[in-house]
Ligand binder design. Structure first.
Ligand SMILES: [Zn+2]
Length: 196
């Protein structure tokens, strides 16, 4: 049993897990987190108002995705959990369609095709979003690096100029003592010369 063979969507929708499935989900951190995300999304979708249902149905049957619905879900779930959230949402819509409804004849829907279409749309949008986020991260870190490089440069220059002034001061001091020693020697030579 591995992560790919576990049907988390079904599990999140309350279907009993197959043999080994429950055990895997409980012991696998990644599946466990994914399941939590699916459950949160499921709860969030169930909490949507009743009057928003037609819009959601339009989302499945329309040629283009309903933008407002997408935007709302996009902002309500963390980006990385988005793909699974949308798949789960699709599963819920399909489930709603498949459920026999009195008076209303549900239109025939190719669930696999719908799910595939949603999946490809989601991965397209997710890719765009992720690459935008990555570009921002790269740009940010580049900006930080440039700033850091400038700071280092400035610090180095300051250090160098401090070192230079230190050296200059040492040289001056040395010169001062050299002069002093010279004077003392001249004086002592003179004194010893006078003494003779
Ligand atoms: Zn797993």
């Amino acid at each position: 049993m591995n992560c790919l063979s576990v049907d988390l969507k079904a599990y999140a929708l309350g279907e009993p897990g197959g043999p080994g499935e429950t055990a895997h989900i409980e012991s696998c951190e990644s599946c466990h987190e994914e399941l939590e995300r699916l459950r949160v999304t499921h709860a969030a979708l169930l909490a949507l108002k009743e009057e928003e249902v037609p819009r959601r149905i339009a989302f499945v049957s329309d040629k283009i995705f309903e933008p407002r619905w997408w935007q709302r879900v996009w902002h309500s779930v963390p980006a990385m959990g988005f793909a699974s959230a949308a798949i789960l949402a699709a599963a819920i819509f399909v489930h709603a369609y498949a459920r026999p409804v009195t008076n209303v004849q549900p239109p025939a829907i190719d669930t696999a095709q719908v799910e595939q279409r949603i999946e490809s749309e989601v991965s397209k949008r997710l890719d765009a979003q992720v690459s935008k986020a990555m570009a921002k991260v790269v740009a940010d870190s580049e900006a930080r690096e440039t700033k850091l490089a400038r700071l280092l440069d400035a610090a180095e220059k300051r250090f160098a100029s401090e070192r230079q002034s230190d050296i200059a001061m040492i040289q001056q001091t040395a010169q001062y003592y050299r002069d002093k020693i010279g004077q003392v020697m001249v004086a002592s030579n003179r004194i010893s010369g006078e003494g003779q």
